[in-house]
Design a protein around this ligand. Structure first.
Ligand SMILES: [Zn+2]
Ligand SMILES: [Zn+2]
Length: 172
């Protein structure tokens, strides 16, 4: 079975995405159907769903692992949040308009997402999929975690929206 384009499902949120992934995984009778437990608005996977996240443009920039849950974006924007457990650590990824391509292979239970790189507003270099990031709670801008924390320490504001922020922020 070929890979299926799931970019639009991601943009439509976790509910639509999960419904479709489950449906697709049931078409092939020889494959394991995907199952999940829904807790509030988060879909916790009971079946091993492999994930690979890459950033377009930068070669070899890829993280792969196991997707543990898929949920709604906390900033209210269109898309999903996804928790990936990988060898290089566990991380929450936020997807929406930043998705360039997304495909699902129902036989392998494998979800591959390619992101459009975003620029860190502080160092002006591209944010890669494996970089540790932090988001402004007010405007949602993403930045390298170390750079953002350093910036707040010095300026006490977000580099983009200028809102006053304190270092009490929870560990992301
Ligand atoms: Zn940076
Ligand atoms: Zn901001």
């Amino acid at each position: 079975m070929p890979d299926i384009d799931v970019k639009n499902f991601i943009l439509n949120g976790p509910e639509i995405l999960m419904q479709n992934l489950v449906q697709m995984s049931q078409i092939d009778k020889s494959a394991t159907p995907l199952s999940f437990t829904k807790v509030l608005r988060t879909f916790i996977l009971n079946t091993e769903l492999k994930g690979e996240i890459s950033t377009s443009g930068s070669s070899g920039n890829k993280v792969s692992g196991i997707i543990e849950w898929i949920g709604e974006r906390k900033d209210g924007n269109k898309g999903i949040e996804l928790f990936l457990r990988s060898r290089s650590g566990n991380k929450v990824f936020i997807f929406g308009e930043n998705v360039q391509t997304a495909s699902f292979n129902p036989q392998k239970l494998f979800l591959a997402i390619q992101e459009i790189p975003e620029q860190c507003p502080i160092c002006k270099s591209a944010i890669a999929a494996r970089d540790e990031i932090i988001q402004c709670p007010a405007c949602g801008v993403k930045a390298h975690k170390d750079h953002f924390l350093e910036y707040i320490k010095i300026h006490g504001t977000c580099p983009k929206c200028q809102k006053r922020l304190s270092m009490k922020a929870k560990n992301a």
